[in-house]
Design a protein around this ligand. Structure first.
Ligand code: NAG
Length: 472
């Protein structure tokens, strides 16, 4: 040992040691690619590869010949090398069941249109360590993930020949990290994402340039933050987004052009940008004369200030911003029902000069009957049953209850104004009456007493007699 250490200081022995080390590295590398293979049995047109829960890492052998179906199951640690299916013919279905750790290398499941039928790929209770780029590609008709977990998915993890895919299904899958463009540029008839838990934030363009010719249904999923354009679709015929929970949705997180129908129901959106839904649009193939209805029913949102008005997310969490109007494409006929704002209503947002007071913002005015806001802290203490759930109060009621004080002052001001006016009127009336009376009295003084008949006669007589003439 001491010798070796001594010798290490000698440059020639150092290089020899390095060489040995490199050799050792190469041999271990080759053994890594030459991992033991799963034993597969061939029965009729079905090949079954069963790892029997063997603890050691295994690889799937290259499969040959005419085979209709491949079943792979009970593996603790399995790698599918590139082009594992290249030498098969007539393959229709490949299914993976109960795999603890699966790595799909590039082109692991790639089938060309010439040699194979459109392929159905099924994963049931499979934990993927990695889905590499182009791992599942080619002439794919259906792909479904049921249960299990995806640790990491590289860009273009799943690509199909256009016009071939019919179904993409994710059901009960935990998804840790998928990279931008993991699902890129393919068309399916139907896509369903149900009961999934996305643990990591979804980057921009995680689902990118996809077409869903028939229906996209997202139901009961849990998401963290979704960045701008995390979902980007060139076309969706029918979109339904129900009972999902989102920690945060950035501006335009969902970009989609809808051809037939769109409904978002019973979802809970955490920190929500006011332009979160602005990129939902109407597809150019929609040609009916009446506008396409966008149903936005019974959703909860929590408004955050636009990024420009606060430096970073940290501030947003601290500040309790007033509710912001949501923006939608005006080509939709927007149907809003029971929209819950997890923000407190601010009486400052009312135009008190209107009777009854009206919200200043058009969106709130237009949908005032359908809006609910979080009850204030003091109101919550009395309003909730103590369950800790957020209590929501209809906007109409809030305006009466919460903005009441300002209402009272308005009434008081208005009342006293009226009273003052009345008093002024009364005073004016009084003054007018007094003035009238005084004028009449003055007239009494000035007007000479009417002469009596006798007096008049006397005056006449005097005049006629010329007694009054002074030319005497
Ligand atoms: C409204 O949505 C919530 C979930 O956000 C749900 O619990 C509730 O049942 C829904 N109400 C109706 C009437 O659908």
């Amino acid at each position: 040992m001491r010798n070796i250490i001594k010798n290490l200081k000698d440059p020639t022995t150092t290089s020899v040691v390095l060489l040995y080390w490199l050799l050792w590295l190469c041999t271990t590398a080759t053994t890594a690619t030459a991992l033991p293979k799963v034993s597969c049995t061939d029965h009729d047109t079905t090949i079954t590869c069963d790892c029997n829960n063997d603890e050691q890492p295994l690889v799937l052998p290259q499969l040959h010949g005419t085979v209709y179906q491949v079943k792979i199951r009970n593996c603790r640690d399995l790698t599918v090398e590139p082009n594992a299916l290249d030498n098969t013919e007539g393959l229709r279905k490949i299914s993976f069941q109960h795999l603890d750790k699966l790595v799909l290398k590039k082109n692991a499941l790639s089938v060309s249109r010439e040699s194979n039928k459109a392929l159905i790929v099924e994963f049931e209770l499979v934990n993927f360590q990695l889905i590499d780029s182009h791992a599942i590609s080619g002439n794919i008709e259906e792909i479904s993930f049921t249960g299990g977990r995806i640790e990491q998915m590289h860009p273009f993890g799943f690509t199909t020949i256009k016009d071939s895919a019919i179904l993409l299904k994710l059901d009960g899958v935990t998804i840790n990290h998928i990279e931008s463009q993991a699902f890129k540029k393919f068309a399916v008839e139907k896509m369903t994402i149900v009961n999934c838990n996305f643990i990591g934030n979804l980057p921009t363009r995680a689902f990118y340039e996809l077409e869903v010719r028939n229906e996209l249904a997202m139901l009961n999923n849990q998401f963290q933050e979704l960045h701008s354009h995390a979902f980007s679709f060139k076309l969706i015929s029918k979109l339904s987004l129900n009972e999902n929970r989102f920690a945060a949705v950035d501006g335009e997180w969902l970009e989609a052009y809808i051809r037939d129908a769109v409904a978002l129901r019973n979802n809970q959106f955490g920190a929500t940008s006011d332009i979160a839904f602005r990129s939902l649009g109407v597809h150019r193939d929609y040609q009916l004369s009446e506008r396409l209805e966008l149903r936005f029913h019974n959703n909860t949102v929590r408004s955050v200030l636009p990024p420009s008005s606060s430096a970073h997310g940290a501030d947003m969490a601290v500040a309790s911003p007033p509710p912001q109007p949501l923006r939608f494409d005006e080509r939709f006929a927007l149907s809003i029902r029971q929209l819950h704002y997890d923000n407190e209503w601010d009486c400052e947002q009312l135009d008190m000069s209107a009777q009854p007071p009206q919200p200043r913002i058009e969106f709130f005015r237009q949908h005032s009957e359908q809006l609910l806001f979080r009850a204030t802290a003091t109101a919550t203490a009395t309003a909730t049953d103590g369950g800790g759930a957020v209590a929501f109060v209809p906007m109409r009621q809030l305006i009466v209850d919460q903005c009441q004080r300002t209402n009272y002052t308005a009434y008081i001001v208005l009342g006293s104004l009226l009273l003052a006016l009345l008093i002024v009127l009364l005073l004016l009336l009084l003054w007018w009456r007094l003035a009238q009376r005084r004028r009449r009295r003055k007239l009494d003084v000035v007007q000479p007493e009417p002469r009596t008949y006798k007096e008049t006669q006397i005056v006449y007589q005097i005049e006629n007699a010329g007694l009054l003439k002074t030319d005497l």
